[in-house]
Design a protein around this ligand. Structure first.
Ligand code: SF4
Ligand code: SF4
Length: 379
């Protein structure tokens, strides 16, 4: 999530609105946040104002976030949906024009993965409320894709089902990805509710990190998770919910990628898609770095074997978050530009690489980037 810092005109609670860079007629201002260099009387009626100027606390002016760096503000776009708060922060909740927007339903989780980029926290009901407000502001607009995420987004059950229903009703043609550990769907009746509420183009992306229960449970930090995730996936599958299996590669599972691919073929051949993912090393991943980090070059051969084995069997497979130069040439067509634009960076050597335009690069949020990259020559 892209964030900006500044100084608030006064303490005020979070306000969520749509950004405009142009002044609008008074009757269109109620839900709009204006970005302006000149926070004058003409700002009346907007939900809030963001400015590089000094913030003003006047009764006739909206709440204001001032002293924002013009460079940070230059990344904002007309139509972005922002949250602005009196703590002096603004965050882009919906990036207009991006296909990688998420609705964050909770930061609570029923796992504690060694490589979780976003350490689980106590549930804050303000998060599903913010997601609903974003959906209010998106009503009637063209939305191509929505990612529903957490924590574990299905933990606040009612909110989760409500959001699925709203996505289905208001954006019936959007691709909706639900990022889940699938444990909540081990409850068959809840899986049934989710299946009924799910938009027609929804895919539930379930994380499974090993074919061995003890390895999966050690990676996700909760005994019994392997069985619950398996049950959840099967409960969704029998209700015809499209599924993806996501496998994050860490030190504990990196040497069994081919075995894992065979396991998928044997026990989960019904999924719509499968993804092998390199890690984003922030959050718990940064804290546990010594325990979990593995260089992509150390699993390069295993990744190749797994991807080719699955592809030969007709299973649609992708590689996420892994630079092209760290993949064998014959699996590069499976590697995707999977990193969200706002946190996607390249290293200095990448400037000399012929494949940069199709390479995922790196997470700017990672504390550890592979030092083993090698610019590729033009084919
Ligand atoms: S990685 Fe996902 S499943 Fe694991 S603790 Fe974090 S939010 Fe939960
Ligand atoms: S050198 Fe950089 S741009 Fe080229 S493949 Fe490697 S990581 Fe990607």
């Amino acid at each position: 999530m892209y964030r900006l810092a500044g100084h608030a005109s006064s303490p005020f609670g979070a306000l969520i609105g749509e950004l405009t860079l142009e002044r609008l007629p008074f009757y269109r201002r109620k839900d709009m946040i204006l970005y302006t260099d000149t926070p004058d009387r003409g700002c009346m009626g907007y939900l809030a104002v963001i400015t590089a100027a000094e913030p003003e606390d006047r009764f006739h002016l909206p709440h204001m976030l001032g002293n924002v760096s013009p460079e940070a503000a230059s990344k904002l776009k007309q139509g972005d949906i922002l949250s602005v708060s009196g703590t002096g922060e603004a965050a882009v909740l919906w990036d207009q024009g991006s296909r990688q927007n998420s609705l964050l339903l909770t930061e609570a989780c029923n796992c504690r993965c060694l490589m979780c980029p976003q350490p689980p926290r106590r549930h804050d009901p303000a998060l599903p409320a913010a997601a609903l407000r974003v959906l209010d502001l998106l009503k009637g607009k063209r939305v191509e894709s929505i990612c529903i995420t957490g924590g574990e987004p299905a933990l606040p059950k009612e909110d989760f089902i409500g959001i699925l229903r709203r996505c289905a009703g208001e954006h019936p043609n959007a691709e909706v990805n639900v990022l889940t550990n699938a444990k909540p769907f081990s409850d068959a009746s809840f899986a049934g509710e989710a299946a009924l509420a799910a938009p027609k183009k929804a895919v539930f992306c379930a994380s499974l990190h090993s074919d061995l229960p003890q390895v999966h449970d050690a990676v996700v930090g909760k005994p019994g998770s392997y069985d619950l995730t398996n049950e959840g996936v099967y409960n969704l599958a029998v209700r015809r919910v499209p599924l993806e299996i996501r496998h994050v590669i860490v030190r504990r599972n990196h040497d069994r990628l081919l075995e894992f691919a065979r396991h998928l073929y044997r026990y989960f051949p019904f999924c719509a898609h499968y993804a092998f993912m390199s890690m984003e090393t922030c959050g718990l991943a940064a804290e546990n770095l010594d325990e979990i980090y593995v260089e992509p070059n150390d699993y390069r051969d295993g990744l190749r074997a797994a991807v080719l084995a699955m592809s030969k069997r007709g299973l649609p497979v992708s590689v996420y978050n892994t630079p092209l130069c760290l993949c064998h040439e014959d699996i590069r067509p499976f590697a995707r530009r999977s990193i969200s634009a706002w946190k996607n960076v390249y290293l200095e050597q990448c400037g000399r690489c012929a494949a940069k335009a199709s390479c995922c690069g790196f997470f700017s949020t990672s504390v550890k980037l592979s030092g083993q990259i090698e610019p590729l020559a033009a084919a």
